[in-house]
Design a protein around this ligand. Structure first.
Ligand code: ADP
Ligand code: MG
Ligand code: ZN
Length: 506
């Protein structure tokens, strides 16, 4: 037999499809031709596959070899096809029976020595294969844990081509996935560490309960970074479906540790303000890498010192905040990665980053306005919670004797508030108050009684709050009521939401 066909998976963004890799050996000038839209990396496969095969003790067929990847029109990136290409050639040469690999998807990059190296995107590839009815896959040993997360698929791994070849020839066992490790430990950052900062803690709890974007403005040392880092500790864990999707994005980025279980906690990404636009949105040649924005999908994107991010970087947030995904345009089409993020921003009120009232600060009021103004416009328009923070005093730090409320207690309130909101909006397809459009909250049946909104109406009439601000106050008021276990906001809730907006910047 001089023809053979095996299966692999091609990824475009998070979407994947099973592809066929067929090899044909013919008389003629010896050599290997790869067809079917291979990109540059795939062309390099030629040399890798040949060396790997020879260094695994196999002989390279001295024939005219054609390897074709089907369907030809589908873009194929990277080195993940090496293993399937090598096996197809051996099978076409008649030195490897194909029966044991019937219906089996093969994924993996080959080293010149025949080692099978981990590749990016194994989890979404195996998910795609499962969707198309594949029940058995062979993956690199370094990717076996993520592959094993997919239900209904038998996963085996190999660390070298030789091991796969002996499995096919004489049934020598491949590697089994190791038992899943214990559930990842919760981060040890706890709200119990935060002294004082009632308003900051409240803002954080409201953000967690309502899914609201949050900005914290305050002088250095007020605890802005400290608070933001503790948001994951009060958020509910991801649902099974969300966990799989988040883990798939991290798999494509190549940032899943080989021994990691599924990502169960909402991710927390804190890119530095010097991060490039590409680091935020993603990109790169071959299979596009998701950036920090997509890595925070279903979790938190924290912009510390937010005004220091460049205008271009801040602009990249617009699409994910509006649409919930990022589109990367590529030479051969575009890749789309999910990015439903909760945005948390921290900022000093002053470009010199000195404490409020510091005698060395020479920044004019105009400079300060302009500094925070970098955040205004489309970005701040979406931030429901804008919380001013004052520094804690030395006395507070020293004299505080009762321990502050721990994250576990706050998390329990957040969970019940989220459940209440999810039930209320389920008919509309929203799960948090942050997703509810302003007009819905202003009209029956959700319009609040006049007694509840009298203070808010006065604030609008006095010009101290905009129409957008009005909607934001309503959304936050619903979250306050949910946290308190009531069926709707009262006057006190609306007033608290309004008070939160003192110090607003947009
Ligand atoms: N409210 C607080 N409770 C306890 N420690 C605090 C508090 N605020 C600040 N600190 C201490 O000061 C350090 C700096 O806080 P940080 O969160 O980085 O402030 P910011 O981001 O506002 O500049 C923290 O690591 C912590 O040790
Ligand atoms: Mg800070
Ligand atoms: Zn200053």
């Amino acid at each position: 037999m001089s023809y053979a066909k095996v299966l692999a998976v091609a990824l475009v963004g998070l979407a994947g499809h099973v592809v066929e890799i067929e090899a044909d050996l013919a008389a003629g000038l010896p050599g290997l031709t790869l067809t079917g839209l291979p990109d540059a990396a795939l062309s390099e496969a030629r040399d890798r596959v040949r060396a790997a095969l020879v260094n695994s003790g196999e002989s390279w067929p001295n024939r005219r070899i054609t390897v074709n990847l089907l369907p030809a029109a589908m873009p194929k990136h990277g080195s993940t096809f090496d293993l399937a290409v090598a096996v197809s050639i051996l099978a076409a040469a008649g030195v490897l029976p194909l029966a044991p690999l019937q219906g089996v998807v093969l994924l993996g990059e080959l080293g010149l020595d025949g080692a099978v190296r981990p590749v990016r995107g194994v989890l979404p590839s195996v998910l795609a294969a499962a969707r198309e009815g594949v029940r058995r896959v062979v993956v690199p040993a370094g990717n076996v844990r993520e592959a094993a997360l997919v239900p209904g698929v038998t996963v085996r791994a190999t660390d070298c081509l030789r091991r796969l070849v002996s499995f096919v020839r004489d049934g020598t066992a491949l590697l089994d996935p190791p038992p899943a490790p214990a559930v990842e430990g919760d981060s040890d950052l706890d709200l119990a560490d935060v002294v004082g900062q009632e308003l900051g803690r409240r803002g954080l709890e409201l953000a967690a309960a309502g899914g609201h974007h949050l900005s914290m403005i305050g002088p250095p040392g007020a605890g802005k970074t400290m608070l933001a880092q503790r948001l994951p500790s009060i958020l509910p864990p991801l649902s099974d479906a969300a966990a799989l999707e988040v883990t798939a994005v991290h798999s494509i980025a190549g940032v899943l540790p080989a021994d990691s279980p599924m990502i169960r906690r909402p991710p927390f990404q804190a890119p530095h303000h010097t991060a490039s636009v590409a680091a935020l949105v993603g990109g790169g040649s071959g299979l596009a890498r998701p950036g920090a924005i997509s890595l925070s999908h279903m979790g938190i994107l924290f912009l510390d010192e937010a005004p220091e991010f460049g205008a271009q970087a801040l602009e990249t947030l617009r699409q994910p905040l509006e649409d919930g995904y990022v589109v990367l345009s590529r030479s051969n089409g575009s890749a789309r990665y999910p990015a439903r993020i909760q945005l948390i921003m921290a900022a000093n009120p002053c470009p010199c980053a000195r404490p409020a009232g510091d005698e060395h600060c020479e920044c004019s009021p105009t400079m300060r306005r302009r500094y925070l103004g970098r955040l205004s416009g489309p970005l701040m328009d979406r931030v429901d919670l804008q919380v001013p923070l004052m520094p804690v005093t030395a006395a507070q730090l020293i004299e505080e004797t009762v321990q502050a409320e721990p994250s576990s207690v706050v998390a329990a309130r957040v969970a019940q508030a989220r459940a209440a909101a999810a039930v209320r909006w389920s008919d509309h397809g929203w799960s948090t108050n942050a997703e509810v459009p302003g007009p819905v909250l202003r009209r029956p049946p959700w319009r609040l009684p006049a007694a509840a909104t009298a203070g808010l109406h006065r604030a609008v009439d006095a010009g101290s709050i905009s129409a957008r601000g009005f909607d934001r106050v309503l959304r936050v008021a619903w979250t306050i009521a949910d946290l308190d276990g009531r069926s709707g906001p009262d006057h006190g809730d609306v007033q608290e939401a309004l008070a939160m907006r003192i110090g607003r910047i947009g």
